[in-house]
Design a protein around this ligand. Sequence first.
Ligand code: ZN
Length: 165
Amino acid sequence: MEHVMKRRDYLTWEEYFMGIALLSAQRSKDPNTQVGACIVNGNNIILSTGYNGMPKGCSDDQLPWEREGGFEDTKYAYVCHAELNAILNSDGRSLADSILYVTCFPCNECAKAIIQAGIKKVIYLEDKYPDSEATKVSKKLLAMAQITLKKFSNPSFFADLSLYK
Ligand SMILES: [Zn+2]
């Protein structure tokens, strides 16, 4: 009698959670940058998700999506980043010792929130701006707080699915 074997090409946990971060990014209305995040506990249970967008109740039709101009006229003054939204969307659950999956390396502002939330590990898909001041400060803070950083091991997996280029 032939023995039926289980599937071998199922998603790894890392692919699954980064996939959810990438799918979350597709909710963003930002015309230039779509970032997604997914926070998971030690039992591989999803605690929260987020993407970059305007604060709740603040119209993303009225606020600017510009990247250049005066302080009030660019998106930077208004947009909540994916990581911060994921932290704030956890509905009061503790994020202590959790893992953050994020499609882009966190900025220094998000690094502060990641540290204060008790997240212990960050797995990122890409590090687009390694030379920016925000990334340098972020890496300094995350290292001081002993948060483990890991680049996602298999980015071509998502490129093949056209979820990521
Ligand atoms: Zn950020």
